[in-house]
Design a binder for this molecule. Structure first.
Ligand SMILES: Cc1cc2nc3c(=O)[nH]c(=O)nc-3n(C[C@H](O)[C@H](O)[C@H](O)COP(=O)(O)OP(=O)(O)OC[C@H]3O[C@@H](n4cnc5c(N)ncnc54)[C@H](O)[C@@H]3O)c2cc1C
Length: 569
């Protein structure tokens, strides 16, 4: 089964011929070495069904009711290993084997009366990781057995990268938080105000902690994204990024266990090549991150503009034109935010309230003329903004959702009349053709003073003003044909965006899961160097994920649950 063993750092590294299922004895041994925290998994809603994985099962009404109540709640999903925010990644899409409830009405009994429950893509074994030693033991086991494994923090991934293989490392309970006004990266002298965040800590905890410490952490627009997981390793945009940079710009240090079983503290002084790779090369590629330390800002007050009105066939274009025409000026003034054809929630830490009101007056007038609502106000901190606006506006979970997106270059789409018109036309076409609304994020590092070469994300981030994304929701019981048809819509819209700006790129975390030419789209010129580092730090390719650096490709058996969607990989 195995050949070629190499002894490095005390761990026998082996090149594995094919994927391997460990024996019961090996699993039992692993369980013992990690203090009994190896578990077998079942799908989140298994307790509702009378047939589970092909065998008769007795439903548990109490547990099933709890699952129904929490089904679309981020915190509930976050707390359960088997749950992912986009439940199609719990399923085997290619065989339509799943165990889902109706996300429109989780108490709908048709979900469990008309269907069987299947394991889908959820790894059958998982380790509830509580310490660095757990990760070291896991890596040693993976090296010995060659078992295919994945890493899960929050399950927010839009590409299913945290749910496959036979073994999963569940990082959720590695949830530490500390703040130092004088943090010094190991090996350096300079000090920075920084927080250090464990691999499983969600942003909602980070923001509360920041509020208690009178600081601001630049982070994501959802309560349960893991701050030190996929977000900070692949880019990490925030609506404060226009001024303060992306997550990868602000990270000062990672602690990581690489696939050779070595625990490393990585920063600009120690393993600088790996530090660069982790600043954008994406998660689940170079090792298991235990924590990251990120630069923080003092607590800051924010000017907030919140606008909405009822969208009609007649009023969306006018609003989109206003957004496109004003966004360059707003970018220069320091605004960031989330916008759509009839909504906007933007923040600004630089302007006074009066300046902010004047800045957004054209869209306030437009919304009020549509009998909509418009508020421009001052809030004392990010946490107060987040609690008031984001928790009710953030993207929903528990619904099978496909995401597509591309980065939209500043020039010519916000600087030239023809460019602006082409951009508005594209967004109107999305709405008119597929009734799909653009989800616009002004979260690129537009004003941020970037030091060239310090991160490995696609350089397109630095020359773009917007990311345009969109959501396509699939019913919990969608047929295979319907799923293919819905992915086709996503492919069509992203191809329009690609035609509009062929030399731009896409944010790895939020791109179409079937983005063609993904190496260029996600990393641009940085890809060759990233691939070299992948080969250096994971020579036996123990860690792999969909469209990640060094990806083994769609034919690898790990990806048998993905759909066979044509692309040019
Ligand atoms: C509702 C929603 C809102 C979002 N909002 C934003 C936003 O505002 N800004 C933004 O930039 N992005 C946003 N995203 C995208 C988000 O950043 C990505 O989905 C990200 O990958 C989530 O990382 P996670 O670790 O929380 O999720 P997971 O699904 O647990 O993991 C994502 C990837 O990271 C890997 N990973 C996780 N932990 C580790 C670790 N400790 N070591 C190594 N690899 C690890 C996983 O294996 C997987 O490949 C959003 C996503 C959703 C679903």
């Amino acid at each position: 089964m195995f050949f070629l063993g190499v002894l490095i750092h005390g761990i026998l590294l082996r090149r594995v011929a094919a994927s391997v299922t460990p024996t019961d004895g090996q699993w039992a041994q692993l369980n013992q070495t990690i203090g009994g925290r190896l578990y077998t998994s079942l799908p989140l809603a298994a307790s509702c069904f009378s047939t589970v994985n092909g065998l008769p099962s007795t439903p548990n009404a109490t547990e099933c009711t709890l699952v129904q109540q929490g089904y679309t709640q981020p915190d509930f999903r976050f707390a359960h290993y088997s749950a992912h925010m986009m439940p199609q990644w719990e399923t085997c899409q290619s065989t339509v084997q799943r165990c889902l409830l109706n996300s429109n009405d989780p108490s709908d009994p048709a979900a469990w009366e008309d269907n069987e429950c299947w394991q889908g893509a959820i790894a059958p074994y998982y380790i509830d990781v509580r310490s660095e030693d757990d990760v070291l033991e896991a890596i040693s086991f993976i090296n010995e057995t060659g078992v295919q494994f994945s890493i899960k923090a929050s399950g927010h991934d839009y590409k299913g990268r945290s749910s496959f293989g036979s073994l999963s490392l569940w990082m959720r309970n590695l949830d530490s938080l500390s703040y130092s006004a004088n943090f010094t990266p190991e090996g350096g002298n300079a000090t920075y105000p920084a927080i250090t965040v464990g691999a499983g800590t969600p942003f909602e905890d980070v923001y509360s902690f920041a509020e208690e410490n009178n600081i601001t952490v630049i982070g994501g627009y959802h309560q349960t994204i893991a701050a030190s997981g996929g977000w900070v390793q692949a880019g990490g945009h925030s609506i404060l990024s226009p001024i303060y940079g992306l997550g990868v710009d602000r990270v000062l240090q990672y602690k990581i266990v690489t696939l050779d079983g070595v625990s490393r503290t990585v920063n600009e002084f120690q393993d600088p090549d790996l530090f660069w790779a982790l600043r954008g090369g994406a998660a689940s590629t170079f090792g298991v991150v235990l924590e990251s330390s990120m630069l923080v800002e003092p607590q800051m007050s924010l000017r907030v503009a919140s606008i909405s009105f009822n969208q009609t066939a007649d009023n969306a274009r006018g609003f989109l034109e206003l957004l496109v025409n004003n966004s360059y000026k707003w970018g220069q003034e320091g605004w960031g935010g989330h916008m759509g054809p009839a909504t906007l929630i933007n923040v600004n830490p630089l302007l006074t309230l009066e300046e902010a009101q004047a800045s957004v007056q054209p869209i306030v007038d437009y919304a009020l003329a549509q009998n909509g609502t418009a508020v421009v106000e001052d809030l004392p901190s990010w946490q107060t903004f987040f609690a008031k606006y984001v928790e009710s506006a953030e993207a929903s979970v528990g619904v099978q959702t496909i995401l597509g997106s591309r980065l939209i270059p500043t020039d010519p789409f916000f600087t030239d009349d023809d460019g602006k018109e082409a951009l508005v036309d594209l967004m109107v076409k999305m709405v008119d053709t597929y009734a799909v609304n653009p989800y616009i994020i002004q979260g690129t590092p537009f004003l941020y003073n970037y030091t060239e070469g310090t991160t490995s994300v696609t350089p397109a981030w630095r020359s773009s003003l917007w990311q345009i994304g969109f959501h396509e929701n699939m019913a919990y019981n969608a047929t295979l044909d319907t799923m293919y048809a819905q992915y086709e819509i996503v492919n069509n819209i992203t191809s329009w965006m690609r035609e509009l700006a062929p030399n731009s790129g896409a944010y790895f975390n939020e791109a179409n899961p079937y983005e063609p030419d993904h190496e260029v789209a996600f990393w641009g010129d940085n890809y060759p160097a990233l691939l070299e580092l992948k080969n250096k730090y994971d020579p036996f390719k123990l860690l792999d994920c969909w469209m990640c650096v060094g990806w083994q490709g769609p034919a690898d058996e790990r990806y048998s649950c993905y759909l066979n969607i044509s692309s040019n990989y």
